[in-house]
Every structure is written in structure tokens, then in C-alpha cells.
Design a protein around this ligand. Structure first.
Ligand code: UD1
Length: 394
């Protein structure tokens, strides 16, 4: 991938030189860090099909190199065909900017289908635009619900699933949630977890990085922390209590905490103490290094969604610092435990994990490294049936 930031709204060579005669044009939308590991395996499968022209549109919701570019490199994703450069803003501003620019993209490129992944603002914005222009949308990672409407992602999931045409679910609970909401079963396909395709493919390469060495910690003997949810980082007192708790934990075991930009900003705005011995606040790290850091951790503390899933497959104990999860299978089958936001409860749970041997999780159904193949089969099947239904020649 070139180091040059693609020019906003200008098609890159991949589009200009694309085969003029594939049967289908499919356009994928990515915007934020958790999208990249989901689109990578789909892009790799689509690249092998001569009947599909695949374009990747990056909205630019995440724009720092260590939140975006490094993931394209690590995951071997082709350079985005279009970069919208929307950047940061309030939820409404960010959503509106994606919508305005993505509408232009759809009008210009006229795809047969749009793929959206996950639950970020870019996911919902692109879905709204495509649906209104009657371009069918496939939502990868459909059906997940935390039932917590204070989370912006929950609103994004609900809106996206309400209007997308094809709902591709990662776990059975996703299907059940959608059915309970009255979604027609014909719109739902259980395909498994595509993020695990990336994990299984890149794990050997990730292990080889021995990333823990960069932080001077020993494999199997440190705690890894990530935090970025508004519920944890936007309240001064709570964030301060958490940092102090990590500091205490670091007296026992080294703690490595790659800091999300939102969290870095809040720590600095609140002027919070974070220089505890043994607690390392480091810049966000790339996909391969972070996978290695997860696998080597004795314990992971997080409020992320994807990390609950990755630790399940890596069989590393995970404590989720939230009151709920949209990924219950990581608790029922995996190594995850929802510990809420009470500092004493979190501390107690850390003690329990550290005093017990590493748990063994069960691999959830269809988290097998082949979700992208099933997804692409469903997409093409959908397009074939749609064309037949509209009476056009396939
Ligand atoms: C977004 C997603 C969330 C996902 C998370 C993972 C939504 C609603 N939220 O949250 O689901 O779990 O990404 O990272 O879409 N910033 C930078 N550099 C960047 C990106 C962001 O400095 O490259 C700053 C922004 O200026 C802003 C803050 O980080 O102050 C939040 O960014 P934003 O994309 O709005 O949401 P996230 O909190 O990252």
C-alpha cells in the first residue's frame, strides 16, 4: 500500500483500471478500526472472483495512521478505492458527512450491492444512503444487541438491521434477536464470525512479532487493557478510579494499556494521574502486534466488542468493564466475564482470574475461519435471485 493518503473522493488506480465486464459491482464501506479486520477476509475472497468488481470506500471516520493505515498493511487489504475523509465530529455531524459524500459515490459508481460491517457511525450512515437509493445492503455482523440504548453502537445496529436487505449474523443469538424484532427469516443468514477468519489467518504471523518484547514484558505474565467507551472514559471520577485501579494491579503484574485517541484526550483534558509504576500507557498498536499482545496476556481488561471475541478464541481470560454485552456467546462459550463498572467488583474479578489457571473456552459455532466464503456465497446468491426476480438477464 502506498504511504500517500488517497485524495478525497477521487477513484484510485484500482477502480480506474478495473475490468469493465464483471457481472456484479459490489462496494464495501469501512470507517473505523473495528471494521478493517471484518472486511479483510471478504475482500480476499471477492478478489478471487472474476465475476465481481469489488470497491472499498473508506469514510475516514478513523484517520490516524495507527488507527487505520497500519491495519490495511497488516491485514493485506487493498488500498481503499475511495477515501471520503469525513474525520471527527459529533455523531450527527459525522453521520451526516458520511451520508452526503456516500450519496455522491453511489450515484457515480452505481453498485449492485453495498456491504457494511459492524456498528459504527459509518455503517449506519452508508446503509441509510444506499437503502434510499434502492441499492441493496448486506450487513455483516447483524443481529447483535446489548439492549442498552445509551450506546451509540446499539442505535447504529438497530437502524442498520431495520433497513438492510441481507442480515448476515455471526452467532445464533443474532438470528434470535432479529426474529424477535419481527425481521422476516428470508432476510437472515447465519454465516459465523468473519473477524475470526482474520484472527486464524494472521495468528502465526502475529506470534512471530513477539510484540510483548517491545514493552519489556514476559509472555504470559502481563495484563492488557483497552478502554474507549464513553461510559468508561467520559466521566472524570470513574476514569480516574480506573487508572488508579490499573496502577494497583501493576504492583502485582505489569499492565500494558494501548490508549485510544478518545481516552488519551479525556485523560489529558481531565488532567488525570497516570504515571503509576508498572502501568504503561502506549500508543494504539497495529493488528498483528495487538493480536500477539492478546495471546500473550495473562488477563485482558476491555470495553471493546471485538476483543471479547478474540480472547474467546485465544483462550485468554477477558473481563469486560461494561454492564452488558452484545456478544453473549463469548460469556456462555468463551472466556469472557461481564464485570460492570464497580471498581471493587472489577478488582475482585482480577484477583480471581489471576489466582486460577488459564480457562479453556469452547469455540462458538461457525467461528471457523470460513465465514467470508459463506458471506460471499450468500451475496452472490442474493444478487442472482434479485436479477432473476427483476426479469433482467443474469
Ligand atoms: C468508534 C466507534 C466504536 C468503535 C471504536 C473503535 C461509533 C459510534 N463508534 O468510536 O463503535 O468501537 O470506534 O475504535 O462509530 N480520533 C482520533 N483519531 C482517529 C479517530 C478518532 O484522534 O483516527 C478521536 C476523535 O477526534 C474523537 C475520538 O477519537 O475525539 C472518537 O472518535 P470516533 O470515531 O468519533 O469514535 P470512537 O470513540 O473511536
Amino acid at each position: 500500500m502506498s504511504t500517500k493518503q488517497p485524495e478525497v473522493g477521487v477513484p484510485t488506480a484500482a477502480v480506474q483500471g478495473a475490468d469493465a465486464s464483471p457481472r456484479w459491482k459490489i462496494l464495501s464501506v469501512v470507517g473505523a478500526r473495528p471494521n478493517f479486520m471484518k472486511i479483510a477476509p471478504i475482500a480476499h475472497v471477492l478478489a478471487k472472483r472474476s465475476d465481481v468488481q469489488h470497491m472499498i470506500v473508506h469514510t475516514g471516520q478513523h484517520y490516524d495512521a495507527n488507527m487505520s493505515k497500519v491495519f490495511f498493511e497488516d491485514l493485506e487489504i487493498p488500498e481503499p478505492d475511495l477515501y471520503l475523509g469525513v474525520g471527527s465530529g459529533s455523531h450527527s455531524v459525522q453521520t451526516a458527512k458520511v451520508m452526503m459524500q456516500f450519496e455522491e459515490v453511489l450515484l457515480q459508481h452505481q453498485p449492485d450491492m453495498v456491504i457494511v460491517v459492524g456498528d459504527v457511525n459509518s455503517t449506519m450512515a452508508a446503509t441509510l444512503v444506499a437503502t434510499k437509493l434502492h441499492v441493496p445492503v448486506a450487513h455483516v455482523e447483524a443481529g447483535l444487541r446489548s439492549y442498552d440504548r445509551d450506546m451509540p453502537e446499539e442505535i447504529n445496529r438497530m437502524v442498520t438491521d431495520a433497513i438492510a436487505d441481507l442480515l448476515l449474523t455471526p452467532s445464533r443469538d443474532g438470528d434470535e434477536n432479529l426474529i424477535r424484532e419481527g425481521v422476516a427469516p428470508e432476510r437472515i443468514r447465519f454465516v459465523g464470525n468473519v473477524m475470526i477468519d482474520s484472527l486464524l489467518k494472521f495468528l502465526p504471523k502475529a506470534r512471530a512479532t513477539r510484540a510483548w518484547k517491545q514493552f519489556g514484558v514476559e509472555h504470559g505474565n502481563y495484563v492488557l487493557v483497552t478502554l474507549h467507551r464513553p461510559s468508561n472514559v467520559d466521566d472524570r471520577q470513574h476514569l480516574s478510579n480506573l487508572l488508579e485501579m490499573f496502577g494497583k494491579l501493576a504492583e502485582q503484574l505489569p499492565v500494558v494499556f494501548p490508549i485510544h485517541p478518545r481516552t488519551r484526550k479525556m485523560i489529558s483534558e481531565f488532567g488525570l494521574k497516570h504515571d503509576f509504576a508498572g502501568l504503561q500507557l502506549v500508543e494504539p498498536i497495529g493488528y498483528l502486534d495487538f493480536l500477539a499482545m492478546q495471546e500473550g496476556a495473562r488477563l485482558v481488561l476491555t470495553d471493546s466488542g471485538g476483543i471479547q471475541e478474540e480472547t474467546t478464541i485465544l483462550e485468554v481470560p477477558c473481563l469486560t468493564l461494561r454492564n452488558n454485552t452484545e456478544r453473549p456467546v463469548t460469556v456462555t462459550s468463551g472466556t469472557n466475564r461481564i464485570v460492570g463498572q464497580d471498581i471493587a467488583v472489577i478488582r475482585q474479578a482480577c484477583e480471581e482470574v489471576l489466582s486460577q489457571p488459564k480457562p479453556a473456552g469452547r469455540v462458538p459455532e461457525l467461528w471457523d475461519g470460513h465465514a467470508a466464503e459463506r458471506i460471499v456465497t450468500e451475496l452472490v446468491d442474493f444478487l442472482v435471485h434479485r436479477r432473476q426476480g427483476s426479469g433482467k438477464n443474469g
